[in-house]
Design a protein around this ligand. Structure first.
Ligand code: FES
Length: 100
């Protein structure tokens, strides 16, 4: 489990953090926060270095897109999902927990 300040998150600017030793990509879209596994399922690239559009994040390396809400790979070349993490917000405190 990891907590971060909501106000420290810039909308549409992903952030790489660690949760229980795992790399996680955190994304704020408006007032919502999403957290998915940071490593692209296609190869070894950090999704937090990619660009957000709508509810999707695009891997900077080969352009695969993942749905931030579900972790699904929605655009090739990635075909496997990335894990999603539980996000709870209480005021300015955002708690991210491994789903396992
Ligand atoms: S490493 Fe992400 S699309 Fe290839």
């Amino acid at each position: 489990m990891t907590t971060i300040d909501f106000e420290s998150l810039t909308p549409n600017k992903p952030l790489r953090i660690e949760v229980d030793g795992r790399a996680v990509c955190v994304a704020r879209i408006g007032e919502e926060v999403f957290a998915i596994g940071d490593t692209c399922s296609h190869s070894d690239a950090s999704l937090a270095e990619g660009d957000i559009s709508g509810y999707k994040i695009e891997c900077w390396l080969h352009g695969a897109e993942f749905d931030l809400r579900t972790g699904e790979a929605v655009t090739p070349p990635a075909t496997s999902p990335v894990p999603i993490f539980s996000v709870e917000r209480d005021g300015n405190t955002v708690t991210i927990t491994s789903a396992e």
